[in-house]
Design a protein around this ligand. Sequence first.
Ligand SMILES: Cc1ncc(C[n+]2csc(CCOP(=O)(O)OP(=O)(O)O)c2C)c(N)n1
Length: 672
Amino acid sequence: MDIASLRASHAHHWSLATAIRALAMDAVQAANSGHPGMPMGMADVATVLFQRHLKFDAAAPHWADRDRFILSAGHGSALLYALLHLTGYRQMTLEQVKNFRQLGAITAGHPEYGHAEGVETTTGPLGQGLATAVGFAMAEQSMQARFGAKLVDHRTWVISGDGCLMEGISQEAIGLAGMQRLSKLILLWDNNDITIDGRVSLSDRTDQRARFAASGWTVLHCDGHDPDDIDRALSAAKQANGPVLVDCKTIIGFGSPKKADSSGAHGSPLGAEEIAATKAIYGWPHGPFVIPAAIKAEWEAIGARGAADRAAWEARLAAAAPGKRAEFVRQMSGEPPRKLAAAIRAFKKDASAKAPKVATRKASEMVLAVVNPVMPETIGGSADLTGSNLTRTADLGVFTAENRKGRYVYFGIREHGMAAALNGMWLHGGVRPYGGTFLCFVDYARGAMRLSALMGLPVTYVMTHDSIGLGEDGPTHQPVEHLAICRATPNTHTFRPADVVETAEAWELALTSTRTPSVLALSRQNLPTLRTSHSAQNLTARGAYVLAEAAGKRQAIIMATGSEVEIALRARDILQAKAIGTRVVSMPCMELFAAQDAGYRRKVLPAGAVRVAVEAAARQPWDRWLLGERGRDGKAGFVGMEGFGASAPAERLYAEFGITAEAVAAKVQALL
Ligand SMILES: Cc1ncc(C[n+]2csc(CCOP(=O)(O)OP(=O)(O)O)c2C)c(N)n1
């Protein structure tokens, strides 16, 4: 539909949608950077969505039963900010929109979770929003199964561009959503045929509709500028069985005489002249950031449309049985149950007494077997490595279209999609998610793992097969640099527990974390229990601690994590037999150790002694502890991996790469 006929036939809609377009153009122009084309193209779809379909109340951005709106095409952030401002979200003042992309403003370049109410998730890396939305929709279904449709019954709406659909992660998300028949997930595709380099045909010939249909989605389409047609499609989408793609045919930079339907509208300001020309075509005579009061009032009425629904929901929550209500509120808040601490403590005590020799992946399974029964909000899963990651415990049941009470997800071979879904589950609320794969495949999950950290989401990554110790699968599967990658990521706790007790402590920290994701790096190979005397205190919480003190004068400190702590202890035996006093420090979490006060760090790593670190991985993260913190280059050494691993039994590989007690002892002696 062209602009003249739209203005003539839908004057009211036109004025609402044009307010979005004008704000987006003005904000990008003021910032002298940003993306005006997408908001201009999707303003009509967004207007119809907010006006007639989205369940929300601008006065209550945290209302648990609101529909979630996710702008996967995060570069179109001005669209979201304009909508939040117009509908009356308290924080999104006109001042904030004017300060688009400026330091300290809540209107960041791409929408950032936690900056502004109404931003449900951080988007910008294309495809993430769509994949995260799958987690939102899964969490909604899980919560509905557990608490009933009177308390939980809402949809997840997503806007994606061509870019989101070209990203590999989209296939994982689409496959997972189709398999799970997530009926309340509706994806609005901004099908404008333009990306940064030009026409989509430069780089893609995919039949997107056929692709979605092939994965079990219902596929609808509409003229993305015709409000009646959009309304028809969105109404139909709400009736569908399974997830829905609405192919919205749009024009990027709609109305801009020089830039519409071209990549020129995508990612730079239109310029004052072009804005003036566009506003003339729009019939919008107002200056920058001017929204006529009558139009603002109409938008605010849209923002208040859900108030009655929200009040009715609050009444239903208030009328729920007290126990159910308290549990709903607790789970939505993310607070762990009181029983958790006692369950972990009892587990540790028993493990220290029985001292099993098990792989830490097995220890993790044992911990989950006591955690999952006391934490009904956990949802676990694996990217097709359930029997290797040991992430499924007996009581969970399987989350499927037929059994939404199930708490175990077969994510399929979709590491990236899984990680994004974990983010979405936590963001939705009511779920404490964890997911597993091999540590090496951090690479595949990483885009979403980075967003867990950036957003501050305490999801747990169960990453097993954490070194050459996995053996025969060889170097393609043996992580070397992955611990360094995780440790280099801000706001991420990388745990590499040495035994069953440290594994329980790491899980306790992961499950009580409020804003930091955890990576549990777990062994395939069996490891002895080293912590055989019970301590109620969580020693892993300090990041590193003295596991074995030097006998006699302390001449050396050996630091290690995970499977190499056992090697460190054997090296100590060798050295002590030669009267070389040797301390062993277990360092299951470098980030937590770094966060301890200097006094504690000095106690664990005093000056003077030779320091050797041993870890079957890259040296890089160790330099702080070897050379810094009172260490010295001439008195520090590392035993670990310098290149990739190889295919062979694990013991053979440890010998081959020189990661042995003898090598550690020799390194210490050479440095003395
Ligand atoms: C993972 C990722 N790769 C690249 C980019 C850079 N980028 C931002 S928008 C864009 C093009 C997106 O095209 P489309 O989704 O069609 O958006 P439109 O041009 O319609 O606004 C690219 C490549 C990004 N944000 N994320």
